[in-house]
Design a binder for this molecule. Structure first.
Ligand code: PLP
Length: 383
């Protein structure tokens, strides 16, 4: 259903793609082992929401499984179901708000995040109604807000809400968690959140049921030190090879590359313009090439006259306005460019690399958003 990425990719060989997202499984495996070296025995939850941060969630999840990752985090029910329909049976945590009761969620063993009385009661009443046929409890993950001010109950509600769950046999308290808001830029505030989390753990009412898993760290939280790791860490960005702090000593290798091909080559004379609106005028006789990727693929139009690409191991600027399906680069100083040549927009060629962070800087955003902008139209190619 949602997995049109792969079906699009499988219809053609990479040789015929005009543009594509390349996903390096070997770098993914490398990053997982890098994270595992840091967390030791702590469990690893692979966060594969938003189509695995644009990398293709099912394919990524299968590699993670092979690397021994036994837990997945997603944002929506559709994302959870996509994994289940691909035959993935490991525990999944729905990180978003508590969904309304649907028995399929329980049947498919999808763990839900809870943080308020109304949702817990709705679920327990519905489970009671369906008890005779459903025959299993729902997996609940109680979330406390320690300072992100997004999802989660207030710390002073932890005792009451945890008691509601653990005093009811139809509800299974799998984990107790929170989320750091400044793990990448403010250790003091992260420590403040950790103290609130520790205090909240002390207030849990377990009613003799087993101890839940405790977790608070995202990728940047992993780098804050083992006191932030608890029983499990939830990593997305670092797994995809982007250093969340940009200054860690660890060797994270980018998993995503963005590539296209040369679709046409032309010569223009000094004073001629290229593309819509004529906002690039050649200041010399030039050789230009058309690359087969545009804003409908996720190449932001705001990178017109800003971003560079790599071709034949050299750097070439994008000139003029990026159009829906195609863009223009200046290849005057690059010899031997031919129709069909591979162009790198994010990734490496020769000794040069363009990273998602480079784009993030030009776009005034963060690398998280960059890897998520590539559209369905771009096939994902796994290498
Ligand atoms: C997305 C998400 C993560 C993963 O964050 P990264 O910074 O990519 O590691 C972890 N926890 C929650 C609750 C999330 O929503």
């Amino acid at each position: 259903m949602l997995n049109y990425y792969n079906s699009a990719a499988s219809a053609f060989t990479p040789k015929t793609h005009r543009a594509w997202v390349e996903v390096s499984f070997s770098n993914l495996r490398h990053n997982i082992s890098t994270i595992k070296n840091v967390i030791g025995e702590t469990k690893l939850m692979g966060v594969v929401k938003a189509n695995g941060y644009g990398h293709s969630s099912v394919e990524v999840a299968k590699v993670l499984l092979e690397e021994g990752v036994g837990y997945f985090g997603v944002a929506t029910l559709e994302e959870a179901m996509e994994l289940r329909q691909a035959g993935i049976e490991t525990p999944i945590l729905l990180l978003g708000p508590t969904p309304p009761y649907q028995r399929e969620i329980v049947e498919h063993d999808i763990g839900i995040t809870v943080f308020n009385e109304a949702a817990i009661l709705e679920w327990s009443q519905a489970l009671l109604r369906d008890k005779a046929t459903l025959k299993k409890p729902v997996d609940m993950h109680l979330k406390v807000d320690t300072g992100m001010r997004r999802l989660g109950c207030e710390p002073d509600e932890v005792a009451y809400l945890s008691n509601l769950i653990t005093s009811n046999d139809l509800l299974n308290l799998v984990s107790f968690y929170s989320h750091l808001s400044t793990a990448d830029n403010d250790r003091e505030y992260a420590l403040h959140q950790k103290r609130l989390f520790d205090k909240a753990i002390g207030e849990l009412k377990l009613n003799g049921r087993g101890e839940p898993l405790y977790h608070i760290a995202n990728s940047a939280g992993v780098l804050l030190g083992s006191e932030f790791h608890y029983d499990m860490v939830r990593t997305g960005l670092a797994m995809y090879g982007i250093d969340p702090t940009e200054i860690s000593e660890l060797d994270f290798r980018p998993v995503l590359a963005l590539k296209s091909r040369i679709g046409n080559i032309k010569s223009i004379v000094k004073g001629e313009s290229v593309s819509y609106s004529r906002n690039f005028i050649a200041d010399r006789d030039s050789k230009i090439a058309i690359i087969s990727i545009g804003y409908a693929d996720g190449l932001p139009r705001s990178l017109s006259n800003k971003a560079n690409v790599l071709i034949r191991g050299k750097t070439a600027p994008i000139i003029g306005n990026i159009t829906m399906d195609q863009s223009i680069i200046d290849i005057t100083d690059i010899d031997g460019v031919e129709l069909g040549d591979e162009v790198v927009l994010i990734g490496s060629q020769g000794d040069t690399t363009i990273t998602a962070s480079d784009w993030a800087q030009m776009l005034n955003t963060i690398s998280y958003e960059v890897v998520c902008i590539f559209k369905v139209r771009l096939p994902r190619v796994f290498v």
